[in-house]
Design a protein. Sequence first.
Length: 232
Amino acid sequence: MAPFNEEGRMHMTVSLLIECNGAIANGDNGLNALAQHLLTQCQTLRLAGGIITDIEKVEVMSYPLNADALRRLICQHLPSFVLLDRSALLASHLADLRTIQPEAQMLDAWLDFAALKRAAEKDPVSGKVEWCYLPKLTKRYLVPLLTGYQRISPLYEPGEVSHTRDTETPFCFAEAVYGVGEWRGLHHFHDLSSLMWRYRVTEQGYYCCGSQTAALIQPDESTDEIDEISYQ
């Protein structure tokens, strides 16, 4: 049965640039095999909660690219926008906010980026009141976004907490971590490294952050790296 209230839907076309560390064996054959493997696997996944209906192609390339190759890659994806991590703006805005509201918290600073606010303006002549939207903090296209999960409880031994989905893995309670992102035109960039989002795992949380925020989070040095990727 269809829902009584129609659900909002949208179709979108995206290009995903995924960073991979390691050596690929067997030259061009290894590159082609990896591309085919990724094409098969990606069609079984979901993206932003939605179904992937078509993948035009998967291309595996070495990095860093020379200037000409990078320019061609960017031109192939125009017009488009990239989502950047701007969570560092929260700290600076909170400091400004506390100069006028000493009791302000980080949530108040985040809501200034996330919420649409209106204020009443009274016409001094007619006395009529009109509700108007308050301008955003900047003219940049800033949006709220989920950036990870943070632990809010001790780490429990496997099976110690009942009704968990995995009884063989240590468990803890966590809450979502939110930040601020910025949509910006791809033509502004001349280096791919500044566009990459990378995972950071610490004792306190699991984060996905851009290059600016990543420098503020100490990574877990115990994470294993892949030395070689081999596809026959």
